[in-house]
Design a protein around this ligand. Structure first.
Ligand SMILES: Nc1ncnc2c1ncn2[C@@H]1O[C@H](COP(=O)(O)OP(=O)(O)OP(=O)(O)O)[C@@H](O)[C@H]1O
Ligand SMILES: [Mg+2]
Length: 339
């Protein structure tokens, strides 16, 4: 491969160029360089061209001509270099596009796989739950205390499995960009009340206080009631889960302006290190690697909460201090503006 012509290579080579094009000999060049050095040693400025003229080796016109030739060469070299760079950029862009295409294909396959598997899991779960129900209500015969106890545990486990399957289905829909919202005017106070009722026993079991802070007449918001309730429930569930006994969780619904209501879940729990605040919203990310055993869960909750909040045109924010607690919040537009 020839050395590419770059400005650095070309510019300082006037002498070489003059020799190569037969305008002067090597000896002439050496003479001129020696003359130039002598002048410079005397403290005078002397360019190579001037030295050649002083020594009557070349005329001004001949030197100008040689310099012009070099400028043209330089321009051509720059154009070549530019073309080379453009080609490289095009090649790299094509490579990256191909990599991106493969990645989205893989992502799509993953989402399809998760969707198919979770749908397949749902059907047998319906049978499991149905028969458990029949057993617990003694429809299939009387039960002794021990059997009742065992059935209760099995029912709770089935409930957990079912909610995991539902989360996976929701996750695969979101990953395929197929999560749709059924928007309607909803009463946030009612949603909050339901979440409180649902979470109360869990909070009590863990000896964590659970409080609702809301004004009586919260303006209505446009939202998908099922998904929004689910998202708030996840936040409250996390808050209870990551707050040690004796701590407190507060769900607050506060109108901020005429058109905005903020939903916030605050806890006095273990908190989240600042550097990891982004990570917790990634699917399957849990801060403590052993938390699967210690706290339970799959790490899908917050990823889905973010999808749901974003689908409502809002943004979820988190503030947290390690060892002190966390607040997750997001604003919603009241119906007043969306009407
Ligand atoms: N209120 C909180 N306080 C401290 N850490 C939290 C809190 N909420 C979430 N986290 C951290 O973020 C991680 C991800 O939360 P996420 O809700 O997505 O998953 P999970 O609760 O572990 O499992 P899942 O919600 O699927 O049952 C948690 O495992 C935990 O490490
Ligand atoms: Mg969770």
């Amino acid at each position: 491969m020839t050395t590419p012509l770059t400005p650095e290579v070309l510019v300082p080579r006037l002498g070489e160029h003059l020799v190569q094009t037969g305008r002067i000999t090597e000896t002439d060049l050496k003479k001129a360089l020696a003359y130039q050095k002598k002048k410079q040693d005397e403290g005078k400025r002397c360019l190579l061209g001037e030295a050649l003229m002083d020594l009557d080796l070349l005329t001004r016109q001949e030197i100008d001509h040689a310099v012009t030739e070099q400028i043209i060469q330089l321009r051509n070299a720059l154009e070549d270099a530019n073309r080379f760079l453009e080609r490289r950029v095009q090649e790299r862009t094509a490579e990256l596009q191909e990599a991106l295409r493969k990645l989205s294909e893989l992502n799509q396959m993953k989402a399809n796989f998760v969707a198919n598997v979770s749908h397949e899991l749902r059907t047998p779960m319906t049978h499991v739950k149905g028969y458990l129900e029949l057993l617990t209500t003694s429809s299939l015969g009387p039960l002794n205390e021990e059997q009742k106890n065992a059935l209760q545990i099995t029912q709770r486990a089935a409930g957990r499995l079912e909610s995991l399957i539902d989360n996976l289905i929701l996750f695969s829909l979101a990953a395929r960009g197929e999560m749709t919202l059924k928007l309607e005017s909803i009463d946030l106070g009612k949603v909050a009340g339901n979440v409180m009722n649902y979470s109360q026993s869990k909070a009590q079991d863990r000896n964590v206080g659970l409080e609702l802070k809301a004004i009586p007449d919260i303006p209505q918001v446009q939202a998908d009631v099922e998904k929004l309730s689910w998202a708030i429930l996840q936040l409250v569930d996390n808050a209870i889960k990551f707050t040690p006994a004796g701590g407190k969780v507060t769900l607050s619904i506060q109108p901020e302006t005429d058109t905005l209501v903020t939903v916030a879940v605050t806890d006095t729990g273990i908190g989240i290190p600042e550097a990891r605040l982004d990570e917790i919203f990634e699917p399957f990310h849990q801060l403590d690697a052993s938390s699967t055993r210690h706290y339970g869960g799959t790490g899908l909750g917050l990823a889905l909460v973010r999808e749901i909040v974003t689908a409502h045109g809002s943004i979820i924010e988190v503030h947290s201090e390690e060892g002190k607690g966390s607040t997750f919040s997001f604003p919603l537009l009241t119906k007043a503006l969306t009407d």
